[in-house]
Ligand binder design. Structure first.
Ligand code: ZN
Length: 251
């Protein structure tokens, strides 16, 4: 989702789910240092924003069919799962949420200030989008918007591994790879998340979150690329300069 309007900001609201193993202070420090903007660190977005009925609203955003954007009234047990997840005691894998619908729900919950500034939600929830030119949902690592959403599960499961990996069995799977793909609780996750945060920042500043060069903003579709660009690489000269002039801009 690109947008041609520049949306500069003075402050960052960073929500990080409690279930995340991420070092949130380290993440805050990286972003603060790169942007010279103050970062207000918060916990689980839905827990902070909770009011009665929110669990049902979240359950409404579940993806029901992999090739169709059709939603339905959730079952009581699905609402209960959401309620348990908000309370923080439960981690459920296997549910995919429609990214755009979830983002719209999140936007309604923002304060006026959060809507104006740059608000980021880092979550373990799996989000997918089905766009006009696609025949099925794709799991996403990041969805730019207000707020922007980064899914750590999406970083692990969104960008694909090589075809041979999926054809190999069990233990042999790791042998077909000459690199280590991202995993849940990966020690490289802060670095990858920081790169996706930079993508959301460039989306706000220029309307374009991606770069085609050797740069952290590379639009990775493969795990190998995530390791090469989001984990290892810095920004290219062009983006380094844009970020530098933004961070030096008087407020
Ligand atoms: Zn670049």
């Amino acid at each position: 989702m690109n947008c041609s309007i520049e949306l500069p900001f003075d402050k960052i609201f960073l929500y990080v789910d409690e279930q995340e193993d991420l070092d949130r202070d380290k993440l805050k420090e990286i972003i603060q240092q790169r942007t010279s903007r103050s970062v207000k660190l918060k916990c689980d977005f839905f827990k902070e924003k909770y009011s009665k009925g929110l669990e049902e609203d979240i359950a409404w955003t579940r993806v029901r069919k992999k090739n169709e954007r059709k939603f339905q009234k959730p079952l009581p047990k699905e609402v209960k799962i959401e309620s348990e997840m908000i309370e923080g005691g439960k981690e459920i894998r296997g549910i995919i949420y429609d990214g755009f619908r979830l983002l719209r729900l999140m936007r309604e919950l923002l304060t006026v200030e959060e809507e104006k500034e740059h608000t980021l939600v880092i979550s373990k929830r799996t989000v997918g989008t089905l766009e006009g030119n696609e025949d099925r949902y794709h799991v996403r690592a990041v969805i730019n918007g207000i707020p922007s959403l980064i899914s750590t599960t999406g970083i692990v499961e969104g960008p694909a591994k090589p075809r041979e990996y999926y054809f190999a069995y069990g233990d042999q799977r790791e042998d077909v790879l000459d690199f280590r793909p991202m995993s849940h609780s990966d020690e490289r996750m802060e670095s990858a998340v920081a790169s996706y945060i930079l993508q959301t920042i460039f989306w706000r500043l220029t309307g374009d979150p991606f770069c085609g060069r050797d740069c952290r903003l590379y639009n990775s579709h493969w795990q190998r690329e995530v390791i090469e660009y989001q984990v290892r690489s810095g920004l290219c000269e062009k983006h380094e300069n844009i970020l530098k002039s933004f961070s030096e801009k008087p407020r």
